[in-house]
Design a protein around this ligand. Structure first.
Ligand SMILES: [Zn+2]
Length: 385
């Protein structure tokens, strides 16, 4: 037992010795590596940390001059040029690099990736596109190149090419793009009204839950005077995603009214309010009730809904109905309205799930982050502050 403890007394210092030696070797290696980098590189990094980009650029230019072989240093300088908006200098730098003899395939690909990003930043989409097309042939960069191409086609509104590229990407990555492809078909239906029907059919084949295609199909039928088909197309949304019915409630009611079936339309919307509890549909029902059946019926409707859930929007509707009916309006009505409006304000807006972009109107593609179908179907009603 005592011998065993002596062993430990010998082994422990040896462990410390090995640890110390290993640390020294690592430190020496690190020092050797860092001494290979020019001092101006660290100066540049320092300026970057302090967000002094102009000085960082000067320091990196120095670093590149004293270490002409390092591609990484050139890339750092190029991306700084891009960030500063000096895209011409970035393009010049990367084009010069590409002309170097004896570049490996990997190095060539890396330079082309940088150059393609310069072209994108400069808005030279044609040149960016042709570079990314070439990069599709590089096995290590195939998917990012296709993704970049897809973004270019969307930005340029070249929908057929966007469809083809998204299909290619879907096959290669296994990531589904059916939602986007259906949206591209809807865009084609908008830009090619003569072939709209076939594009909308394609949209629904690719994505049977494409609400926009049903909505557009209804709009098209209405524009051609086919009211019954319009109603059927919009009603189909209930079987796709009923939470989107608020987007068609108003036009559906008007379409019913146009062919003398207003009551039937209103009953349908009331049924949807009961089943799906959608504020947008309720608003349409409320407006129609106010016009068709008078303020008392509208107030009653608002009270029924308020009993189910507290809502500033419905409270506002109730006060509006009371305003139309002076006999039952409380004396404090103007003050109550002012208070509700203070908190309600313009807060009823659609808000992108992905980036938080707020909009008064519904967008299929978010103007903030360019995501597709990122807006929830109902505008947000903000709670009391
Ligand atoms: Zn967004």
């Amino acid at each position: 037992m005592i011998e065993f403890e002596y062993w430990w007394l010998l082994v422990l210092p040896l462990f410390f010795l090995f640890g110390w030696m290993a640390a020294r070797v690592d430190m020496n290696q690190l020092l050797n590596e860092s001494s290979a980098l020019p001092a101006s590189y660290f100066k540049g990094l320092n300026f970057l940390i302090k967000e002094q980009h102009d000085k960082a650029i000067e320091a990196f230019i120095e670093a590149v001059k004293s270490n002409t072989e390092s591609l990484e240093l050139h890339f750092a300088l190029g991306s700084l040029f891009r960030r500063r908006g000096e895209v011409d200098r970035a393009i010049h730098l990367h084009q010069n690099l590409l002309e170097r003899p004896q570049l490996s395939d990997l190095q060539k690909t890396a330079i082309m990736v940088e150059l393609a990003q310069d072209f994108l930043k400069a808005g030279l989409f044609d040149r960016a596109e042709s570079l990314f097309r070439t990069l599709c042939g590089a096995p290590s960069y195939q998917q990012p190149a296709l993704r970049a191409l897809l973004d270019i086609y969307i930005r340029e509104r070249e929908w057929q090419r966007a469809i083809d590229t998204a299909r290619e990407l879907e096959l290669m990555s296994g990531v589904p793009f059916h939602k986007e492809i259906a949206q591209f078909h809807c865009e084609l239906a908008t830009t090619h009204p003569d072939d709209a029907e076939s594009h909308l059919t394609s949209a629904l084949e690719v994505n049977p839950f494409c609400i926009r295609a049903s909505l557009m199909r209804g709009d098209k039928a209405l524009a051609e005077g086919r009211h019954e088909q319009a109603i059927q197309a919009w009603k189909h949304i209930e079987h796709q995603k009923p939470q989107y019915l608020g987007l068609v409630a108003s036009r559906l009611l008007q379409c019913h009214q146009a062919i003398g079936r207003g009551e039937e339309g209103l009953a349908l919307l009331k049924n949807w309010v009961q089943k799906y509890n959608l504020t947008s549909v309720l608003n349409v029902v409320y407006e129609a009730t106010l016009v068709q059946n008078g303020p008392r019926a509208a107030a009653e409707l608002a009270r029924e809904e308020l009993a189910k859930r507290p809502s500033l929007n419905i409270m506002d509707r109730l006060l509006q109905a009371l305003e139309h009916d002076p006999a039952s309006a409380p004396v404090d009505l103007p003050m109550m309205k002012k208070t509700v409006h203070h908190f309600l304000g313009n807060s009823r807006s659609y808000c992108c799930d992905q980036c938080g972009f707020k909009a008064r109107h519904y967008y299929w593609q978010c103007p903030g982050c360019n995501g597709w179908e990122t807006f929830p179907p109902e505008p947000k009603e903000q709670p009391l502050r």
